[in-house]
Write a protein that binds this ligand. Structure first.
Ligand code: NAP
Length: 367
């Protein structure tokens, strides 16, 4: 059996470990990718420090960017040598923190020629998250193809993106704006406000402001509209104290809140283990008639169109046409794959990430 190097979580709150993983020959519509870049995400911390959805030893990482080195017999859209990027998460063989990953071609898109793998790796998991959360959990349409003639019935409906500077928040602003949702409100640290307005936010708020809920309500005050002041909220942070409590001060009867699970009851630190919950409706006291849901992007393939086309066609086209700009990147350095993965994990635990994605090289070779 051929093997390659992979980085795995091996114990709750332990150091990451380098393991030998089998290199799996692709079958059916699978391809084998030589993984060159990945991006660390908060899920790594939830898994390493909180054991969320983990069976040890588990290879980490769900964002892959690299080169196709082998194709299964039924592959239609990819060929050996193609540069690709994508989001895959189900089994160890699909995970990103390893030199070779074997994934379905539907989990990958071709890299547009004007972009690098390092830029593209910031897109896959959170663009997919936005399409899934907006359509399934908020119930707002994102039709494909986008037609200029299409009139958006919610063009002027206030939509709050809590955590606009997060990777997910930045993609939510860009995608909603491109689809004609113009009344977007975002919370973030003030240093990001101007950038978020350039991505499509009409109003920006400092999430640390004790009056943030009333400031949001005043900004959307409109006597001609019936129903809740802010009918839709995408909470990209889902912190019990840091976002949901404040959103509960904005939400009224009829507001729909979609929060990216897990609910963070307590953040991980160097000294303290994290605590998570999965029930958004029970996490805080909502006004009667607020519908609060937890987003689970791992079910995005339930939508048959998304399963086949979202990663293979839609996301690459959004990048190629400039509708979506990559997140800013911070390159995490280290002498080895393991050192880079551990350094990124330590930055996540220290919350040393603001308006940027932590990206790093997986294999030392670029094909
Ligand atoms: N369930 C799912 O399907 C799913 C899918 C994707 C992501 N997620 C989860 O969603 C969360 C966000 O993921 P991500 O990759 O987008 O995160 P990220 O980019 O790493 O988020 C970092 C940003 O969070 C912002 N932030 C931190 N605390 C905040 C608060 N209380 N209010 C507003 N903003 C705050 C910071 O903003 P400033 O710089 O402005 O301070 C920082 O820029 C993670 O917990 C992740 O696991 C869940």
């Amino acid at each position: 059996m051929t093997t390659h190097k992979a980085v795995a979580t091996v114990a709750i709150r332990g150091k990451l470990a380098l393991i030998d993983a089998p290199t799996v020959a692709p079958t059916g519509r699978q391809v084998c990718v030589h993984v060159e870049w990945t991006a660390s995400t908060p899920l790594d911390l939830h898994q390493n420090d909180g054991g969320l959805l983990v069976t040890h030893p588990q290879i980490l990482g769900d964002g892959i960017a690299g080169t196709v080195v082998e194709t299964g017999p039924d592959v239609k859209n990819l060929a050996v040598g193609d540069k690709v990027f994508g989001f895959a998460f189900k089994e160890n063989m699909q995970k990103a923190y390893q030199e070779y990953a074997t994934v379905s071609e539907t989990s990958l898109g071709k890299l547009p020629s004007e972009f690098s793998l390092q830029e593209a790796i910031t897109l896959p998991n959170n663009t997919v998250t936005v399409f899934h959360a907006v359509t399934k959990d908020l119930g707002l349409p994102l039709e494909w193809p986008r037609l200029p003639s299409h009139t958006n019935p919610h063009a002027d409906t206030p939509i709050l993106i809590w955590g606009g500077a997060s990777s997910c928040g930045q993609y939510a602003l860009q995608i909603l704006h491109a689809w004609g949702y113009t009344n977007l409100l975002a919370t973030a640290s003030p240093r990001h406000h101007e950038y978020l307005r350039s991505l499509g936010a009409r109003h920006t708020f400092d999430y640390r402001d004790v009056d943030v809920a009333s400031k949001i309500q005043r900004a959307v005050d409109n006597n001609t509209r019936t129903g809740p002041a802010v009918p839709f909220v995408l909470d990209c942070i889902a912190s019990q104290q840091g976002s949901l409590t404040q959103i509960a001060g904005v939400a009224q009867k009829g507001t729909r809140v979609a929060a990216l699970l897990p609910v963070i009851v307590r953040d991980a630190t160097d000294d303290v283990a994290p605590e998570y919950a999965m029930n958004v409706q029970a996490a805080v006291d909502w006004a009667e008639g607020v519908e609060a849901r937890g987003v689970r992007t791992h079910f995005y393939e339930d939508d048959v169109f998304f399963r086949e086309h979202l990663q293979s066609s839609v996301v690459p086209e959004l990048l190629a046409t400039g509708i979506v700009k990559p997140n800013k990147q911070r390159i995490v350095e280290g002498a080895t794959l393991l050192e880079r993965a551990q350094a990124a994990m330590d930055l996540l635990r220290r919350k040393d990430v603001s308006g940027e994605r932590l990206v790093w090289r997986v294999s030392d070779l670029e094909l």
